[in-house]
Unconditional design. Sequence first.
Length: 123
Amino acid sequence: MVTQWFRMVIQIINRITNMPTINLGQQRRAVRTINKQLYQDIYQNPRWKRLRAAKFRANPLCEKCEAKGMVVMAKEVHHKIPFQTGRTPEEVERLAFDWDNLQSLCITCHKGEDKKMRGVANL
């Protein structure tokens, strides 16, 4: 499901970015829309929901807080390497559903990780 959809997305992006008359704002909006759809396809996938539930069962506490000696319940499952950084459909799927790429985090730690990721992406 993800693989077929991702191939179609790549074709659309290539068409958009190769159009000489389209402005940069339109390109960015198109990419944001495509990324939003990719997020929805992954996070609504039954495979993701099962994996997320299994991660909470295996690691019910925030892994970052636990490393600091604190006991805080995890509320989020975080991708250490964002799946949207994958270059191929297979890599996106591998990153999205890879157990070793997941981390159970509390809301505070998850917000901190997201800020770090956005800061790295903006460099």
